[in-house]
Design a protein around this ligand. Structure first.
Ligand code: NOJ
Length: 565
């Protein structure tokens, strides 16, 4: 039995074990979402204010990027107190209010849980650095090699050695991200206990889901062996890609720890009798290693692990329609039996979808995302086509991009600029105080308010209609087929009980700028109804076309319905 506090949260929504299985998870980047007190930073009151908007958009779960107390060296992924909300965002009462209001609306809340590392300002680290017996082994400390060099060749994800010398303790500590983010030592049972306590604390508050950050880094080789050179010929010696991370990533102990957390959460859900709480892992890796996180018949894993392959394996004007088809079917075929699939198309670590895959393709990609089976993950702003903002080097905040020379290549600030709500001051993000990152210059034309009119088809209205269509049987539970009918046209078909919902999308990549004749494979029906179309398409919603032969322009996408019974 897991202990819960006496004020354990009772969810007032209808228990629905399966709430997440076809859900839309919407990622809110709190610092850039809505600044209610006009201090330049978004906050929880701002999120609360926008909950009805999220409900009416049709999302199911709101994922909040880190909101706990933090010096913000890595945008909150450097936590200095797991039990406090960062002042910039509000306080614990605001968070409780947010959960309560979300639940009243039938929305779930997913919290970013960052267990691999803390901030170097966390009390545990300060005590550990001083050598306080209780905390001495909370982090990964090693002696210097002869001549004072680091214990081994391990590299930080942000570049350079993963070891930092502490003058105080006269030892090196491990940091697989910034030096201000020391890695916790999960071989210490006391650390494992502390992290379980954190999980239970937030379960008690009513948090429905946890996105577990940087999971694959949780354990390292006990012998601290050097890692071998990777097979990437272009990697420079200081870059993380230079080594093959066989001693720092995906260790068996990591999977065992995740099983423990999963058991804890499952047991919690059972004793509470409410809807199930879920764990989602964040792992960028190859297909095999990524899928390991779903678990095996012998070992329970997380509910699902993010599928980042639309992000990592698609490149505008290099990829072809075949690459999209391959991503879908290799993932679907490799997914362990009985597991819930998922698709992530954008997040705070990657250029926004319009910037990455083409501004004119936003509807096509939202259609693909929302018509695929399982869970869909949308990054805030991408429901209406917000693209990357401009951030000059001088205003950059990302610890992954400290050098002017590599800023444009590495910075994640561009995808983190404030949400473009409307065409007023600072895009409606706040009342005029200087935002922590500059508002994108294009906000007068590209903002949500200009797309709210339900009678006018816009990126946002398309997104809303898709969110509704997802609840229909073929998209919820139907079979999935995907084809590239040419280099540039992708078809997705979802079918159930003789009803087929079909996406046809011409990417317009690789200089494919001519109209193209398209057909839907493996269907002989001569009539299809146009249910939805991309902005600018000349098809008429509700009209009938011949699915054996129709034309698509570059960047055009349509959703068809065909009945075969
Ligand atoms: C993954 C997060 O998404 C990223 O933003 C962060 O820098 C690292 N984990 C370190 O926590």
């Amino acid at each position: 039995m897991i202990g819960t506090s006496p004020q354990a949260h009772k969810c007032r929504c209808t228990p629905n074990e399966n709430w997440w299985k076809n859900g839309i998870i919407y990622q809110v980047y709190p610092r850039s979402f809505k600044d209610s007190n006009n201090d330049g930073n978004g906050d929880l009151a701002g999120v609360i204010d926008k909950l009805p908007y999220l409900k009416s958009t049709g999302v199911d779960c709101v994922w909040l990027s880190p909101i706990m107390k933090s010096p913000q060296v890595d945008a909150g992924y450097d936590i200095s107190d797991y039990y406090a909300i960062d002042k910039m965002y509000g306080n614990m009462n605001d968070f409780k209010e947010l959960i309560g209001k979300a639940h009243e609306l039938g929305l779930k809340i997913m919290l970013d849980f960052v267990p691999n590392h803390t901030s170097d300002q966390h009390r545990w680290f300060k005590e550990s650095e001083k050598g306080n017996a209780k905390f001495k082994d909370f982090y990964v400390w090693r002696n210097a090699k002869k001549k004072g060099s680091p214990p081994n060749n391990w590299l930080s994800v942000f570049g350079g050695s993963a070891w930092q010398w502490s003058k105080k303790r006269k030892q090196f500590y491990l940091h697989q991200f910034a030096k201000e983010q020391p890695d916790l030592n999960f071989r210490n049972p006391a650390v494992r206990d502390e992290m379980k306590k954190v999980l239970v604390y937030y379960l008690d508050l009513g948090v429905d889901a946890f996105r577990i950050d940087a999971v694959k880094f949780l354990f390292e080789d006990e012998q601290f062996r050097d890692e071998p050179r990777s097979s990437d010929p272009n990697a420079t010696p200081a870059s993380h890609a230079y080594l093959d991370h066989i001693y720092t990533n995906n260790l068996p102990e990591t999977f065992a720890l995740l099983s423990e957390w999963r058991q804890l959460v499952d047991e919690y859900s059972e004793t509470q009798g409410g809807p199930s709480r879920i764990l989602v892992s964040e792992v960028y890796d190859d297909l095999y290693n990524t899928l390991q996180y779903y678990g095996t018949p012998e070992r329970i894993g997380v509910h699902f692990t993010f599928n980042f392959f639309f992000i990592t394996n698609l490149k505008q004007d290099i990829s072809r329609a075949h690459d999209i088809a391959r991503i879908v079917y290799t993932w679907q075929n490799a997914l362990p039996a009985g597991k819930v699939t998922n698709w992530v198309i954008g997040n705070h670590d990657n250029h926004r979808v319009p910037t990455r895959l083409g501004a004119k393709n936003i509807d096509g990609f939202n259609m693909l995302l929302l018509l695929l089976p399982g869970v869909a993950v949308t990054y805030n702003g991408e429901e209406f086509g917000q693209d990357d903002g401009d951030v000059p080097f001088e205003q950059g905040k990302d610890p992954a991009a400290k050098d002017r020379a590599t800023f444009n290549l590495l910075s994640r600030d561009f995808e983190r600029t404030p949400m473009q709500w409307d065409d007023s001051t600072n895009a409606g993000f706040n009342e005029g105080a200087k935002p922590w990152l500059p508002v994108s210059q294009n906000y007068k034309e590209l903002n949500l308010a200009s797309q709210l009119n339900e009678k006018k088809l816009s990126h946002y209205q398309i997104y809303r209609r898709l969110a509704r269509l997802r609840r229909d049987e073929p998209v919820r539970n139907g079979t999935t087929d995907v084809w590239a009918v040419s280099d540039d046209v992708i078809i997705l078909k979802r079918s159930a009980g003789g009803r087929h919902i079909i996406l046809a999308f011409k990417l317009g990549w690789n200089g494919n700028d001519e109209k193209e004749e398209v057909y839907i494979p493996s269907m002989c029906e001569k009539e299809a109804i146009v249910l939805l179309k991309s902005v600018g398409s000349s098809y008429k919603i509700g009209s009938i076309i011949n699915p054996q032969n129709f034309l698509l322009n570059p960047h055009e996408s349509i959703v068809l319905e065909i009945m075969t019974t």
